[in-house]
Design a protein around this ligand. Structure first.
Ligand SMILES: Cc1cc2nc3c(=O)[nH]c(=O)nc-3n(C[C@H](O)[C@H](O)[C@H](O)COP(=O)(O)OP(=O)(O)OC[C@H]3O[C@@H](n4cnc5c(N)ncnc54)[C@H](O)[C@@H]3O)c2cc1C
Ligand SMILES: C=Cc1c2[nH]c(c1C)Cc1[nH]c(c(CCC(=O)O)c1C)Cc1[nH]c(c(C)c1CCC(=O)O)Cc1[nH]c(c(C)c1C=C)C2
Length: 447
């Protein structure tokens, strides 16, 4: 038997890959009443799409190609909505500095000439990079790395907002290194030919977890909702997964829970491992979706980010109706908080406070004075893991511990090797491959 913990995109993909490898007897255990985790779409009564979590996926890189292969295998090719490199949403990513919106550089001219808010052409930063002495520090923050090599302005206005726009964190704390593997698909070939920059799904990204659910159930997986795992014990090479009133003995547990939520489940038998898992922090993001009547944006773009230096309560705004227009309306998503959520809004802010902050900033920055026709406020508690300095060493330590103690436990999901939807799906595939390889190896040793 194989137990998968957590029914977000990581857990669902793991169950899918286990069943695709020919394994039977797969049980997926989810604490809440729904699947999908942070992938959540609401369709308003008038048919507008509000994404509460992710909205676009990158087609590029090994993990990006792997996701497109999954989309193809699930028969979702005809639902893909690509945005190619020529689209304004791909070309225009803005930042809000000193009360104005500026485009982040996207072409060669903008590299050769000074573009506000940068005081020098960006090419001069590359010359600066050639001059800096090498540093041997194993891990340094993204901000420090870029400041040292490309200068303070680029760290402040380019890297800091991009770190915010991917992990809602502080570039001064986020670590830099990563590592890849390989895959291919027909849809991926199409994405290259058509020069996709990002893609989404018609009707919203939640269609992906919904389709995975149907697929794994058709192949015989048991999906348990409202079933929080309370403890995992390891005995004689097996894992005992305990729920409130039930328990499962599994050959291997694939765990897609956020690291800090796994920590207490194994702390009795493995306090040191638990300590390392508990130390992987995550931040809370307030998400406000707004729909206004009329085309109210003066600029077509993906959206804008607000660097920390601007000391505003919002992290940025995504122009959803620029990416995927519908009728003559404006749909925006305002993201706020992140690393600074509690400082800004307190422990338990009212949805009204987030809504009024969002509407007020849309009014002052985008000059949209009308009242939104529809809105939705979500507080996504601890939704974005933070890869702070020392993260990669910690992950190595965690992996080494699991190997040394021969624990039948595979860790997947956003807490470890990448937070994008692509990374999480790829982590599931890699974990299943490792399990299959290990069991093939054991079989050949027995023979
Ligand atoms: C606001 C936001 C915007 C984002 N934008 C993008 C984007 O544009 N593009 C992109 O690629 N990525 C984006 N991401 C990142 C991406 O969405 C997530 O990293 C990814 O969805 C995480 O998936 P997961 O399966 O690892 O974890 P989760 O989605 O957190 O799933 C874990 C599941 O485990 C369950 N669980 C927890 N405890 C227990 C327990 N004890 N027992 C059983 N089940 C339990 C939870 O209920 C949950 O369903 C965004 C994320 C957020 C929050
Ligand atoms: C301000 C908060 C956040 C915004 N998005 C995220 C947060 C926390 C989370 C997020 N966004 C993206 C990813 C995936 C990255 C990947 O490796 O694929 C994650 C985890 C995608 C993304 N974010 C921005 C862009 C342009 C993209 C698409 C991928 C790409 O082409 O690089 C920038 C951006 N993010 C946010 C805003 C307001 C914004 C504006 C330019 C919100």
């Amino acid at each position: 038997m194989h137990v998968v913990l957590g029914g977000g995109i990581g857990g669902l993909s793991a169950a899918y890959y286990l069943l695709n490898s020919g394994l039977k007897n797969v049980t997926l255990i989810e604490a809440s009443s729904r699947l999908g985790g942070w992938i959540k779409t609401t369709k308003t009564s008038k048919g507008y799409i509000f994404e509460h979590g992710p909205r676009t996926v990158r087609p590029r890189g090994l993990a990006g190609e792997n996701t497109l292969q999954l989309i193809e295998e699930l028969g979702l090719d005809n639902k893909v909505l690509p945005i190619n490199f020529e689209h304004p949403a791909a070309k225009n990513r803005l930042i809000y500095v000193n009360k104005s919106l500026y485009a982040l550089p996207s072409n060669i001219t903008s590299f050769l000439t000074p573009q506000p808010p940068f005081s020098k052409p960006l090419i001069s930063a590359l010359f600066h990079d050639l001059k800096v002495p090498k540093k041997t520090a194993k891990d340094e923050s993204m901000y420090d790395f870029v400041e040292r090599r490309l200068g303070k302005e680029i760290a402040e206005y380019a890297v800091s907002p991009l770190v915010c726009g991917v992990c809602a964190g502080d570039a001064k704390e986020i670590s830099k290194s990563r590592n890849p593997i390989k895959v291919k698909s027909e849809l991926s070939k199409r994405s290259k030919k058509e020069k996709w920059n990002v893609w989404s799904l018609d009707g919203g990204l939640e269609l992906l977890p919904e389709t995975l659910k149907c697929n794994i159930e058709e192949k015989g997986a048991d999906v348990l909702l409202n079933s929080p795992c309370k403890e995992i014990l390891f005995k004689s090479g097996k894992a005992v997964v305990k729920l409130q009133d039930d328990s499962f003995v599994s050959d291997n547990v694939i765990c897609s829970l956020p690291a800090a939520q796994l920590a207490p489940l194994i702390s009795k038998q493995h306090p040191l491992l638990s300590e390392d898992l508990a130390a992987i922090p995550s931040v809370t993001v307030g998400v406000v979706n707004l729909q206004y009547k009329g085309r109210l944006l003066n600029q077509d773009a993906f959206g804008f980010l607000v660097p920390t230096s601007q000391k505003l309560p919002i992290l940025g705004v995504i122009f959803d109706s620029c990416c995927f227009p519908k009728d003559d309306n404006t749909v925006l998503t305002v993201m706020m908080g992140g690393r600074w959520f509690e400082q800004l809004f307190g422990r338990n802010p009212s949805p009204d406070k987030l809504l009024s902050t969002a509407v007020q900033h849309v009014r002052t920055i985008l000059h949209i004075a009308s009242v939104p026709e529809n809105h939705c406020v979500s507080i996504l508690k601890d939704c974005i893991p933070q890869y702070v300095i020392g993260h990669h060493e910690r992950i190595e330590r965690i992996k080494a511990y699991i190997k040394r103690h021969n624990l039948p436990l595979s860790l997947i999901g956003a807490s470890y090797d990448g937070i994008s939807v692509n990374d999480v799906i790829f982590s599931a595939r890699t974990a299943v491959n490792d399990i299959i390889q290990k069991s093939n190896l054991n079989d050949s040793v027995k023979k």
